[in-house]
Write a new protein. Structure first.
Ligand code: IPE
Ligand code: MG
Length: 238
């Protein structure tokens, strides 16, 4: 979610006004994804590098996070949405950690959209913490690990690898998001600033995703033959 500050500056408002407006975009996007039956939506709210911002802006973001949790969790729950927060929470104030844990516990039984907020998250941090936990789980082993041995310790091990990555705000980079999991994810970059992103913008991004051919290393001919065979199988079972 990028472009809050620029959205505000263009309107001669303080950057934090863009963050406040950004929460409205979050609400719109969550509800559109829930309506569409998206299984997993993960929002990169605060990276491990964002602590480098001016203290007032960091404080504002933390207060905004607290307020959003206070105000939105009940509605998430009513809509059968399951909330999780991933990242290194140890630097957050106890009030925020409590709100997170309570929101997660309240919504733990929900079966609709899986909403994850990445907060004080970094892809490299995630790989390193998974690596340490993998070693702790196999104290005797020095080599011969499989990818799955590590992947099961990643912060989002409960979720499949993402199909689609969306970055708003015109920048075309990953910025230390889900590094391990993005290996085969379709990347979508848009100049829209996050506060102006909404349900229609999600639809446009998903349309773009649906145009793409995902080959996972194979040739286009192989992919098309497999799709045709699957259609045939569906036809025979119908
Ligand atoms: C994204 O908007 C919000 C957070 C990282 C918390 P920015 O604050 O990065 O907005 P720009 O990039 O300065 O416009
Ligand atoms: Mg930015």
């Amino acid at each position: 979610m990028d472009g809050n500050g620029r959205w505000a500056r263009r309107r001669f408002m303080p950057r934090v006004a863009g963050h406040r407006k950004g929460v409205e975009a979050v609400r719109a996007v969550v509800s559109r994804c829930a309506e569409r039956g998206v299984g997993y939506l993960t929002l990169f709210a605060f990276s491990s590098e964002n602590w480098r911002r001016p203290a007032e802006e960091v404080n504002f973001l933390m207060q905004l996070f607290v307020r959003a949790l206070e105000e939105e969790v009940a509605r998430l729950h009513e809509n059968n949405i399951r909330l999780r927060v991933v990242g290194d929470l140890s630097r957050f104030e106890p009030r925020l950690i409590d709100l997170i844990r309570n929101g997660e516990a309240l919504t733990a039984g929900n079966s609709g959209l899986n909403l994850t907020i990445a907060a004080n998250y970094g892809g490299r941090w995630d790989i390193m913490q998974a690596f340490e936990r993998m070693l702790q789980a196999h104290p005797e082993q020095r080599s011969g690990f499989a990818e799955a041995d590590l992947a099961q310790h990643l912060a989002m091990s409960y979720a499949p690898e993402p199909d689609l990555f969306i970055r708003t705000g015109g920048e075309q980079r990953i910025s230390n998001f889900l590094l391990w999991q993005l290996a085969y994810t379709e990347l979508y970059f848009t100049d829209s600033l996050w506060p102006e992103f909404n349900g229609a913008a999600i639809d446009t991004a998903i349309e773009s995703f649906q145009q793409r051919e995902r080959r996972f290393g194979r040739t286009s001919e192989q992919v098309q033959a497999a799709a045709a065979a699957e259609l045939g199988a569906v036809g025979r079972h119908a």
